[in-house]
Ligand binder design. Sequence first.
Ligand code: NAD
Ligand code: USQ
Length: 384
Amino acid sequence: MKVLVIGGDGYCGWATALYLSNRGHEVGILDNLVRRHWDNELGVQTLTPIAPIQQRIQRWHDLTGKSIDLFIGDITNYEFLSKALHAFSPEAIVHFGEQRSAPFSMIDREHAVMTQVNNLVGTLNLLYAMREDFPNCHMVKLGTMGEYGTPNIDIEEGYITIEHNGRKDTLPYPKQPGSMYHLSKVHDSHNIHFACRIWGLRATDLNQGVVYGVLTEETGMDELLINRLDYDGVFGTALNRFCIQAAIGHPLTVYGKGGQTRGFLDIRDTVRCIEIAIANPAESGEFRVFNQFTEQFSVGDLAMMVKKAGNAMGLNVEINHLDNPRVEREEHYFNAKNTKLLDLGLQPHYLSDSLLDSLLNFATKYQDHVDQNQILPKVSWRRN
Ligand code: NAD
Ligand code: USQ
C-alpha cells in the first residue's frame, strides 16, 4: 500500500516509516523538521544523536534497497500539502505531524497558540485536501488517551452509550483534557468526526497512551537509523525520563503523589498498531476510535519498577516527589478499554525487566549527552 507518514522524522513517525517500508509498503515521509527547530530553541537535544533525515533515508536505502520518498514542508501550508499529496497519491495517510508536548503548550500564550494553530490547521488542511482529491484515502490520525482526562467511570473507545430520560444513544465519549496540547487533540477529533459524517471521509483516531522504549527492529539496524529519545522536562515522557535519570544518578522526578495513572505502550507496539489500522481501514463515512495502549501504570509504580531494575544493575536509584508543576488529579480511578486493536491481532510487548534493562543500558551508553540542567520541570500549569 502507498502510505504517507506525516511527522516521519519524529519519534513515533521514524520508527513507523521504517517498519512499514520493511514490510513492503511504499512509504513517503512528509515533515517540516520543526521538532528539530523547537529542540534548538529550547536548547535541548535528544539523548541519541539523530542524523539528518536525508542521511537516514539514504542509509535505509543502502542497507535494504528500499526507497522512501521525502517531502519537506509544512502541512499548515495548503499549497505545499496539496502538491505533495498529488505527487505521492497515498492510499493511507498516517498523521503524526503535530506539536506533541503538554509542557511546551503550557509555556505561555504564544506556545499555546502555536500548538493549537499548528495542530488544528494542519489536520484541517489534510481533511480538505482529502475531501477535494483523495476522498477514498484512509486517515490514520494520532490522538491521545489524554483527550479523556481521568473520569471517575470506565473509559470506552471513543463512544459511550447513554440512556437519558428514557431514550438511548451512542455518543462521543466526554473529553476533559489536561493541557492546551491535549485540548488540540480534542478539537482535531471533532473536526475529523465532522469530515467523516458530512463528507463521507474515512478516518481512524488512535488515542495513544504514553510511548516508551527506543529500539525497533529497523531503527536498531544501524547507528545512522537511531531514533530520538527525549529526556528533558519539556519533551521527555515519564518512563523514558525515569530510565535516563536512573542511568545518570539523578533522583527520579515523580510529580506530586505519583498516583497519576496513564495508559502506556512499547514503541514496537506503536508501529504494529499503525500497521493494523492501515490493513483494516475504516468504512467511508466512519470515524473510528481505538485506544492505543497495552498497560496502565501510575507514575509512582513506574518509578518503583525503574528503581528495582536499576538496583539490580548496581545503580543507586532514588525517587523524589517534586511539587507537581501540572494541575492534575494525583489519586484517581482509571480504567480504560483497549480491546479493539487486540481483537484485530495486536500481540503486546508488555513492560518487562528485559525492556527496562535494555533502556537503562541504552541510557548508560549515551549518558555523556545528558544536560543535567534540562531534567527538572520548568513549566508550571498555574498562574504566577
Ligand atoms: P515528535 O515531536 O517526535 O514528532 C512529530 C513530528 O511531526 C516532528 O518530526 C515534527 O517536525 C513534525 N511536525 C510537527 N508539525 C508539523 C507540521 N505542521 N508539518 C509537518 N510536520 C510537522 O512526536 P512523537 O512523539 O513522534 O509523536 C507523534 C504523534 O503521536 C503526535 O501527534 C503525538 O501527539 C502522538 N502521541 C505521542 C505519544 C508519545 O508518547 N510520544 C503518545 C501519544 C500520542
Ligand atoms: N510525570 C511525572 N514525572 C515526570 C514526567 C511526567 O510524574 O518526570 C507525570 C505527569 O505529571 C503526568 C504523567 O507523568 O501525570 C504523564 O506525563 P508525560 O510527560 O509522560 O506524558 P504527557 O504529558 O501526558 O504526554 C505524553 C506525550 C503526548 C501524548 C501523551 C499520551 O508527550 O504527546 O499525547 O503522552 S497520554 O498521557 O495518554 O495523554
